[in-house]
Ligand binder design. Structure first.
Ligand SMILES: [Ca+2]
Ligand SMILES: [Ca+2]
Ligand SMILES: [Ca+2]
Length: 586
């Protein structure tokens, strides 16, 4: 794919050069013009996908859509699913003539009734001026209350996540060039704090290490204000962001995830000097959590997804998918496996949802597995492939699917899942009615670039965009999953005890939270240095039940202060052993 990719880049550049020569060769037939809204063309000419083009729409509609024509919002029963419109006005009605896309969703990890979805809000399709739309629910998605963060301010590409206590909303803004701000909500998305400058750039994504309050962001080099520096982090819960640093091979148009061992993974399509290299890359940092003051150092590997990214129809001038990455946090033998899923153009098909995994912390990757199960020769587009992994390790996947559409203009959302680490996938299931992906565009011809989904052990929550009413709107659907994880009996009996510490890194003392077996069992909680020498014994006795705590005051067995360093906290509870790294800083 490398030579093909470079060749296409050359064609695009030649077209640009020819276009510039046109006045000098009057009378000559104009060369075919590239789509100046095609994301790949834009990238290869150093232009961000998202940029300010139209002036603000006046008057601003605030709160979301209290003026203008409305109609009843959509609640669409479809088989075992109920699809609920999110981007409604103050009385729960659909706004006619607006557009909303690129949804990102966050679920309160301790209260499934509370969710927040953010999106790009276009108050009129006559303009591509867009704002930070959001909606929150307190009843598990049955109804949504909506608003805008900073009404009247250009915002794009929202990504939402949580550290468990508050919710973060990052979004592109513009002040003399694209940059990004992050907003925090401490009340479930009802109100948002001030904008915190977070560097960033086009097509940024975010991951939160919930154990230690770190936020990580990566973005595209196209139009980047920081050259080849496309990564930054906050080590204080999003209050401040450190200066951007570089990721090797500059992967773009992918997501990030962080494992329970605090290893960070950044996925994307490799680039060099502003062009695609043709390779899919995963960059991995094992020190990002443990050396919080230093720039993150990455190692980068390549995986074969069986194809390459694609842009354009049936999504106008948009991406047809970004590369999603997720780490398995389950208490199964698959703990720590790394999964990647993306819609890719293959040598024989315009677009399939392909999956690969790594069982060695991102060093090597398996051969691709095709998730969609339509006949191999029907050339249907499976676009916007999106993945999330449940705490029990079930992998959920959704995508838009044009199977059954004669001209690929009609899509439906499809679902599949895997309970064995992505080796096999369930028969595909249609989740929504069909909708036309070529209508409802704002003055920017696409229905965004991505969807977002979160999984729990009983199902998945999906935020997506569709045109059931003829306009681009945001929808929520719950996808219940009754699958029994393979080996569930063993899974419960052998479940490693949860082991977390706060704060970590720490200066004076750190509190370790752990679970003991349901029946009383011998539990030992000890701290070792990196040479394997036991530094402290925090618990040694019989314990039972979950949510137990112990504090390490940073002292060694002889009473002296343990020097700043990395330590290993090891829990032995019954037959199970689990280890976490602790970092003591000055
Ligand atoms: Ca609407
Ligand atoms: Ca976008
Ligand atoms: Ca296909």
């Amino acid at each position: 794919m490398t030579s093909q990719t470079r060749a296409m880049s050359l064609v695009a550049r030649t077209a640009l050069i020819l276009a510039g020569l046109l006045p000098a060769i009057a009378g000559a037939a104009p060369p075919p013009a590239p789509s100046h809204q095609d994301p790949r063309w834009l990238f290869e000419h150093g232009i961000p996908l998202e940029r300010v083009e139209d002036p603000p729409v006046a008057p601003f509609v605030s709160p979301l859509g209290t003026t203008g024509a409305t109609r009843a919002a959509s609640t669409i029963p479809f088989g075992r699913f109920t699809i609920i419109q999110v981007n409604v006005n103050g009385v729960g009605a659909d706004i006619v003539g607006d557009a909303a896309n690129e949804p990102s969703l966050v679920v309160n990890p301790s209260n499934h009734s509370r969710m927040v979805i953010g999106w790009r809000q276009f108050d009129t399709i006559a303009s591509n001026f867009r704002q930070a739309g959001f909606g929150y629910t307190t009843n598990a998605g049955a109804t949504w209350t909506t608003g805008k963060i900073q009404p009247g301010v250009f915002r794009s590409d929202p990504v939402l996540d949580t550290d468990g206590s508050g919710i973060f909303y990052n979004s592109l803004g513009n002040s003399g060039g694209l940059h990004e701000d992050i907003f925090r909500s401490n009340d479930g998305g009802a109100t948002w704090g001030p904008a915190v400058p977070a560097f960033g750039g086009d097509k940024q994504w975010m991951a939160v290490d919930r154990g230690i309050g770190h936020l990580y962001q990566a973005w595209s080099i196209a139009g980047n204000a920081y050259g080849t520096l496309t990564f930054d982090k906050s080590v204080d819960d999003g209050n401040n962001f450190q200066s951007p640093t570089e990721i090797p091979d500059q992967p773009i148009w992918g997501t990030l995830d962080v494992g329970l061992d605090h290893t960070l993974y950044v996925a994307g399509w490799g680039t060099a000097a502003g062009s695609f290299t043709g390779e899919f890359r995963v960059a991995r940092s094992t020190n990002v959590a443990f050396q919080p003051s230093d720039p993150a150092s990455f190692t980068s590997t390549t995986g074969d997804l069986g194809g390459f990214l694609r842009t354009g129809p049936p999504n106008g001038g948009g991406l047809l998918g970004q590369a999603g990455i997720a780490v398995d946090r389950s208490s199964t033998p698959r703990f720590g496996w790394v999964y990647v899923l993306s819609s890719v153009q293959t040598p024989t098909d315009p677009l399939d949802v392909n999956f690969i995994r790594s069982m060695d912390n991102g060093q090597t990757w398996t051969a691709p597995v095709r998730v969609n199960d339509d006949p191999a020769g029907d050339h249907a587009f499976q676009w916007f492939g999106t993945m999330s992994v449940s705490p029990s390790g079930r992998i959920d996947a959704v995508w838009n699917d044009t199977r059954g559409s004669a001209d690929s203009t009609v899509s439906a959302v499809y679902y599949s899942y895997s309970t064995n680490g992505g080796a096999n996938w369930s028969p595909n299931e249609q989740v929504t009615p069909t909708w036309n992906s070529t209508v409802g565009y704002p003055n920017q011809s696409k229905i965004g670039d991505y969807y977002d989904m979160t999984s729990d052990d009983a199902g998945a929550d999906l935020a997506f965009a569709a045109t059931f009413n003829g306009g681009e709107d945001i929808y929520y659907v719950r996808i219940p999953n009754a699958a029994v994880p393979t080996g569930v009996g063993d899974h419960v009996a052998l479940r490693p005890r949860r082991l977390e510490s706060f704060p970590n890194p720490f200066r004076e003392a750190t509190t370790i939270r752990f679970d003991a077996p349901r029946e009383s069992a011998r539990v030992r909680l000890e701290v070792f240095d990196l040479s394997g020498r036991r530094v402290a014994t925090l618990v040694d006795g019989f314990r039972m039940g979950s949510g137990l705590t112990a504090t390490w005051d940073g002292r060694q067995q002889d009473g002296s202060e343990a020097p700043p360093s990395v330590y290993l906290c090891r829990l032995q509870a019954g037959a199970v052993t689990e280890t976490r790294r602790l970092l003591r800083v000055r």
